[in-house]
Design a protein around this ligand. Structure first.
Ligand code: HEM
Ligand code: HEM
Ligand code: SF4
Ligand code: SF4
Length: 402
């Protein structure tokens, strides 16, 4: 509260686990902003009312995104959080940086902001919480001098993100870091100047384990996969079995496609039925690896439940080679953006747009052939018809039969 006492917050700080209250208190030793943030939160907990209001448009010159404006509605009580804007900083791809880079950011933030950071935001960015409008340009100039740039916010391409991919992970089916970096550089304009109906997120996952949760959080999920057969080292499979792994039950039994068989000597995989779920590969990493003909599955349309309910991405292109300069992928994105920017409603994510106009119409408008992979349960659903199966005049014939 205004007297500096925060009895309600103090209770949150008592448990054995790390507490955001403890962190804000630490920042408050140096930062009057963080001190007032504690007071404001305590007031909210007491009155059960949020004391933040959405800002007007705040930002840095030439950019429309990257800064999320916040003001308190009780600046008389807590003048130091009268402005409390968040800045999104484009994180290094795969979240690799040196401790020197981190110190640089923290020094800039302690000088100009509350000292509070969020490593990393749900968008992936480095999130710097709490600064005043007049500090934005000085911060921006210091950050860019050190090689950092703002990330996306608002109705633009959001900061693309990627799993660590081939840098640390043997499952990566394409170079997630290279693609993420390339998309970030290619779409600078779309990242910094919001001109879309709503946000558009790219997330690059190296394999179907999808460590960046792209299928749930990205408008475009780019998930590594393979077209040929899973590589099997039969003697290593046998070794797992000898060491006590129940292969029939725990590997074959959990295969969603039920396309594996173990006779005690040899593992047999019907690769044509495999859905590339990664289960067997995760279970026996020394014996199985993804195939050699690798690329990515392009999926579209996931979102959190802000305007409508949550949605997962659906398959758009079952397989695309993922090699620089990624022209096929970029052509696809631009077609989607053209259509969605023309026909989408304000604050309608591309997934909601597809739901509204229908997948069939969407595919036709962006000139993509329908494929059974775009149907959620093609094996269970016999009622799938594509126009190519109908001859011209079919309609009349049917009418004539009646
Ligand atoms: C009326 C008050 C607020 C509303 C309605 C609000 C709403 C939101 C929404 C909708 C998002 C998701 C943005 C997106 O990804 O598109 C978000 C993100 C976020 N907000 Fe707030 N917010 C409020 C206040 C605050 C305050 C006071 C703070 C910090 C003190 C805060 C910190 C954050 C952070 C850290 C994120 C995540 C940023 C990221 O992961 O990139 N918000 N907020
Ligand atoms: C008792 C209170 C709280 C609980 C139980 C809680 C719980 C959680 C959980 C479960 C997540 C998801 C973590 C994950 O990614 O798996 C999360 C994320 C987050 N929380 Fe809290 N939270 C609490 C309070 C707060 C407060 C007060 C703040 C800000 C001052 C905050 C800021 C955030 C942010 C920024 C994220 C997103 C982090 C990220 O995606 O990297 N939380 N919280
Ligand atoms: S998504 Fe796949 S490639 Fe990427 S880190 Fe996870 S397991 Fe590795
Ligand atoms: S990757 Fe999944 S679907 Fe394919 S064989 Fe292994 S367990 Fe079955």
């Amino acid at each position: 509260m205004a007297n500096g006492q925060t009895p309600k917050l103090d209770k949150l700080d008592k448990g054995p686990w790390p507490s955001f209250v403890r962190e804000i208190k630490r920042a408050a030793e140096k930062s009057p902003m963080s001190k007032d943030l504690l007071g404001l939160l305590e007031l909210s907990y007491t009155e059960k009312i949020g004391h933040w209001k959405h800002g007007g448009i705040v930002g840095v010159l030439g950019y429309g995104g990257g800064v999320i404006g916040r003001y308190t509605d009780v600046p008389d009580k807590f003048p130091n959080v009268e402005h409390f804007h968040t800045m999104r900083i484009n994180m290094p791809t795969g979240w690799f940086y040196t401790s020197k880079a981190l110190r640089t950011i923290c020094d800039i933030w302690e000088k100009h902001g509350s000292g509070l950071t969020n490593m990393h935001g749900s968008t992936g960015d480095i999130v710097l919480l709490g600064t005043r409008t007049e500090e934005l340009e000085p911060i921006f100039s210091e950050l860019t001098k050190e090689g950092f740039d703002l990330g996306g916010s608002g109705s633009d391409v959001r900061t693309p993100s990627a799993c660590v991919g081939p840098a640390r992970c043997e499952w990566a089916c394409y170079d997630t870091l290279a693609l993420c970096y390339d998309l970030t550089m290619t779409y600078q304009d779309e990242l910094h100047r919001p001109a879309f109906p709503y946000k558009f997120k790219f997330k690059c996952a190296g394999c179907p384990n999808d460590c960046v949760a792209s299928v749930a959080r990205a408008d475009m999920s780019i998930i590594g996969t393979w077209r040929d057969d899973i590589q099997v080292d039969q003697s290593a499979v046998k070794e797992y079995s000898d060491k006590g792994l129940n292969i029939q039950k725990d590997v074959c039994g959990n295969c969603p496609a039920k396309c594996m068989d173990w006779d005690g000597q040899k593992l047999d995989i019907d690769n044509r039925s495999c859905t590339r779920c990664m289960h067997c590969i995760n279970a026996m990493p020394k014996a199985l690896r993804p195939g050699k003909d690798r690329g990515a599955c392009i999926m579209l349309g996931s979102k959190a439940p802000i305007v409508e309910g949550a949605q997962l991405s659906s398959v758009l292109i079952p397989f695309m080679k993922m090699e620089p300069p990624y022209q096929e992928l970029k052509d696809l994105c631009e077609k989607i953006w053209d259509l969605w920017c023309e026909e989408g409603k304000s604050r309608e994510r591309v997934g909601e747009f597809i739901k509204r106009v229908g997948m069939g119409n969407f595919l036709e408008a962006i000139d993509i052939e329908p494929s059974p992979y775009q149907v959620a349960y093609p094996r269970d659903n016999p009622y799938i018809f594509y126009e190519e199966y109908f001859e011209e005049g079919d309609d009349e014939e049917e009418a004539g039969e009646e």
